[in-house]
Write a protein that binds this ligand. Sequence first.
Ligand code: HPA
Length: 271
Amino acid sequence: MLRKIKESVTYITKHFNVKPIAGVILGTGLGSFVSEVSVENEIPYYDIPHFPDPGVEGHIGKLLLARHHKIPVVIMQGRVHYYEGFPIETVIYPIRVLKELGIETLFLSNAAGGMNAEFSVGDLMVIKDHINLMPNPLIGPNINELGPRFVDMSEPYDKALIDTAFDIAKKMDIRLRKGCYVGTTGPTYETAAEYKYLRTIGGDAVGMSTVPEVIVARQMGLRCFAMSVITDLGVPGKIERLTHQMIQQVASASEPRMALVFKHLIASLAE
Ligand code: HPA
């Protein structure tokens, strides 16, 4: 694993000659955030040794080096998911590589189903906590060079970044929600009974990514900030038939607001 990470990093640093201080992972329908920052270089995932390449519609699969307010950031346009059949250690492999590239903060985005009855389709939800219903990516022999065996999860999402996001959103008149994200394997969306169950155990939103990435990022000491676009509702009386295209459409429509918050948050790292 360590040798593979080094090989990926060696390849990437041939194309990116600055050390990024933050990483950004763009989820379903959220890829056009990149037009908001100045992109200096890009590499398709399939060119990077050992890097997994997503095959899902709406996930392009490119690593970009960009600058925003002079701050170098590395952007993952697209991610791989556990439901694609990749082993969980492959799903989180890019996070290991981003850390080795030098990032200190990780920003993540995703599309999620809302289970909190106060939420509306198109809302943005800042993730304040999560419930992991996927395989834990740290199962297996621990590689001590990467982080500890047992990882604290008392505050996986950085409180200071969450507060800053709310300050930014208030100034821009953007409504943000805050809640707990449940990570499931997918690829099925939930039955009405499952939404009810996930709400009962404390979830405000449910999706098929982010949690394994955050677990690994926390093991390596990265600060994490994550936001969901609520693309549909798992609320009794409001449950509809879903298609991936519908999810993508809602995510794309909400993206400009999400991109604004992300952009200003990244700029705040320089302060
Ligand atoms: N469930 C799971 N994943 C999702 C959903 C959902 O309702 N919406 C978007 N991603």
